[in-house]
Design a protein around this ligand. Structure first.
Ligand code: FAD
Length: 508
C-alpha cells in the first residue's frame, strides 16, 4: 500500500508499552490501515521494574491513552504523590539535628499585583516560613497527610496538582493491555541480532523463534541493554558522571505502614554520605532504594546505609543492585532507529524524570512521524530537542547537589565548580540578583519550570538579594495570609490520603 509504514518496537518495559500505546492512540491504529505497530519483548530478560515515582505529566498521558484513573490506582497499588520531601540535603545531621524542605508540584499561588517571591526574600530569614509553605497551600496539605482531591471529581481532575507512586511492574502490564486493545501486535521473543545494510542503517532484525522481522522504523526500548542504538548502531554515549556522580542503586520493598497509620503523599529523598535514599509509600508496601556513587561508597557500605533506614533492616541484604551510567546517547534517532527510555539515556532517579522523558519522546515521534519520504526526516530535530531536554534535566538535578553545605567528600566534590555545568553556573550567578523567572527557559525542552527551580533554590537556602518587586508589594502580606487560610481550609475539607486511597479501592 502506498505510504504504508511499519513500526517495530523492541522492549516491553514502560518505555516500550507507553510508546506503543501513545502511537496507537495518536494514529487511531484500528482505523489507520497505513500503519502497523508490533512490539517484541523477552520476558526472560524482564523489565527494570523500578520507577515507582511519577511526575504530574503522567496524568494527562494516562487520560489521553484512555486509561481509567481509578482502575489504574487500584491495579498498580498507587498512591497520590504531591511532591518530594528532601531530608538532610542542606547540612550533614549533627547531634540529631536534621534539615528538610519540600518540593511540591503545585505552582506558587500567582498574584499579578503582588510579587510573592520578592516579598518572601525580603522577610527576616530567621522568622519567615519555609518558601514552599509561604507560596502554596500544598506543602501543609501534604504534611497533614491530606489527599490532593476529594475523590468526587472526575478522573484526573483535582484542585491540587499531583502525580502517583505506583508498582512499576503492574504499570507495564496495564499499558500492555491497553496497547493490545488499541491494535498493537505483541510477540514474546528474543532479539539476537540486527542486520545492517550498506548505508549503516538497520535492514532487519533476527529473533530467536520468529526469525527475520523488518520495519520502516525500529524503536529501541531495550532498557539499559540498549541493543540497537548502543549495540548495533554503536552510537556514542555522553556520560554526565563528572556532573551527577550516582551510578548505583540498591532497591527493595518493605512492608508499608499499618492500615491505621497516615499514608504519606510525598516521596521521601533522604540524603546520606554519598547519595540519597528514596522511600515511596504504595498502598500495600514501601519501595525503598539507596542511590549512591560507586566512586565514593562500596556496595557493602551502601547496604549498611540502606539497612539503617527506617523499617528496612534485613531487607537490605536482598536488595537488588542496579548499575547505570548517568548520561544519554549523543543521538537518540539514527537513520531508521529511535531510542526511547533507558536505551536512549537515564541520568538518575532523583525527581522521577525517567517516565517524563519517555512521554516527551513518544509525543515527538507521534507528531513528527513521516508517512511519506525518508523516515529520518525529523531525526535532527528530535535529537536536538532530546539533547536539550537531557542537558536541562542534568542542570536541574545538579542544583540539588551543588548548593549543599554537607561536609562529606562526595558532597564537597559536588559543590566543586569544576563539576557544575557552565550553563547552570550562569543561571546561578543571575539568580543572585533576582529569582528564577519564566524568561530563563525555553519551555518546549524543559521538564521543570522556573518555580520548580525556586522551590529547590530557596529550600536549599540559596541567597538571592531581596529585590524591589513591582507595585503592590504591600499586598503580598495579605496574600501570604490568604494562602495560610486556604491551607487551613483545605486541611479541614480534604480527606486524609489514606481514606481517599481506600475509598478509590473500595470503588466508592
Ligand atoms: P526496561 O524496563 O529495562 O525494559 C526493557 C525491555 O526490553 C524489557 O521488556 C526486556 O525484556 C526487553 N529486552 C531487552 N533486551 C531484549 C532482547 N534482546 N530481546 C527482546 N527483548 C529485550 N523513572 C521514573 O519516572 N521515576 C522513578 O522513580 C524512577 N526510578 C528509577 C530508579 C532506578 C534505580 C532506575 C535505574 C531507573 C529509575 N527510573 C525512574 C527510570 C525508569 O525505571 C525507566 O525509565 C522505565 O522503567 C523504563 O524502562 P525501559 O522500558 O527503558 O527499560
Amino acid at each position: 500500500m502506498e505510504g504504508k509504514r511499519e513500526i517495530l518496537i523492541v522492549g516491553g518495559g514502560t518505555a516500550g508499552w507507553l510508546t506503543a500505546c501513545y502511537l496507537a492512540k495518536f494514529f487511531d491504529l484500528p482505523r489507520h490501515p497505513a500503519l502497523s505497530i508490533t512490539l517484541v519483548e523477552d520476558p526472560r530478560i524482564g523489565i527494570a521494574g523500578v520507577g515507582e515515582g511519577a511526575f504530574p505529566t503522567l496524568r494527562s498521558t494516562l487520560e489521553f491513552l484512555g486509561i481509567d484513573e481509578f482502575a489504574f490506582i487500584r491495579e498498580t497499588a498507587a498512591t497520590f504523590k504531591q511532591g518530594i520531601r528532601f531530608d538532610d540535603w542542606l547540612d550533614t545531621p549533627v547531634d540529631g539535628r536534621h534539615s528538610h524542605f519540600i518540593h511540591p508540584f503545585e505552582a506558587p499561588l500567582y498574584a499579578h499585583d503582588a510579587n510573592l517571591v520578592s516579598h518572601w526574600l525580603s522577610q527576616d530569614k530567621a522568622s519567615r516560613p519555609p518558601f514552599a509553605e509561604a507560596v502554596t497551600i500544598q506543602q501543609r496539605v501534604g504534611q497533614h497527610h491530606r489527599g490532593p482531591k476529594t475523590g468526587a471529581e472526575p478522573g484526573f481532575a483535582a484542585p491540587l496538582n499531583y502525580a502517583y507512586h505506583f508498582d512499576a511492574a503492574r504499570f507495564s502490564a496495564i499499558l500492555a493491555d491497553r496497547a493490545r486493545t488499541l491494535g498493537v501486535v505483541h510477540h514474546q521473543d528474543r532479539l539476537l541480532h540486527a542486520a545492517m545494510d550498506q548505508t549503516g542503517t538497520i535492514d532487519h532484525l533476527q529473533f530467536e523463534r520468529g526469525g527475520e522481522m523488518g520495519a520502516d522504523l525500529y524503536v529501541d526500548c531495550t532498557g539499559l541493554r540498549s541493543e540497537l542504538i548502543g549495540g548495533a548502531l554503536a552510537e556514542p554515549f555522553t556520560s554526565v558522571k563528572h556532573i551527577l556522580f550516582n551510578d548505583r542503586a540498591l532497591a527493595c520493598h518493605v512492608p508499608g505502614p499499618t492500615a491505621d497509620a497516615p499514608l504519606p503523599s510525598y516521596t521521601l529523598a533522604a540524603a546520606h554520605e554519598a547519595g540519597w535514599i528514596w522511600d515511596i509509600g504504595l498502598r500495600d508496601k514501601r519501595g525503598v532504594g539507596c542511590v549512591y556513587s560507586s566512586a565514593h561508597m562500596s556496595e557493602d557500605r551502601a547496604r549498611a546505609v540502606l539497612a539503617d533506614h527506617r523499617g528496612v533492616g534485613e531487607a537490605a541484604q536482598d536488595a537488588r543492585l542496579i548499575s547505570f551510567e548517568p548520561g544519554y546517547r549523543a543521538r537518540q534517532w539514527v537513520g531508521n532507529c529511535v531510542a526511547v527510555g533507558m536505551s536512549g539515556g537515564f541520568v538518575e532517579p532523583l525527581e522521577s524524570t525517567g517516565i517524563v522523558v519517555i512521554e516527551a519522546a513518544a509525543a515527538m515521534i507521534a507528531e513528527m512521524f513521516p508517512f511519506h519520504g525518508p523516515v529520518d526526516a525529523s531525526a535532527d530535530r528530535f535529537n536536538m530537542l532530546m539533547t536539550a531536554r537531557y542537558d536541562n534535566l542534568v542542570n536541574f538535578l545538579k542544583l540539588h547537589y551543588c548548593l549543599s553545605r554537607r561536609d562529606e567528600t562526595y558532597w564537597r566534590e559536588n559543590v566543586d565548580p569544576a563539576s557544575i555545568p557552565p550553563s547552570l553556573q550562569t543561571m546561578l550567578d543571575r539568580w543572585r540578583h533576582r529569582p528564577p523567572g519564566r524568561f530563563d527557559f525555553l519551555i518546549d525542552v524543559e521538564t521543570f519550570s522556573f518555580f520548580n527551580y525556586q522551590y529547590i533554590l530557596y529550600g536549599m537556602e540559596y541567597c538571592t538579594e531581596a529585590v524591589g518587586g513591582p507595585a503592590g508589594q504591600s499586598d503580598a502580606g495579605s496574600m501570604f495570609a490568604r494562602i495560610r487560610n486556604f491551607s487551613d481550609q483545605a486541611i479541614r475539607e480534604l480527606p486524609s490520603h489514606r481514606d481517599l486511597i481506600e475509598a478509590i479501592n473500595m470503588g466508592t
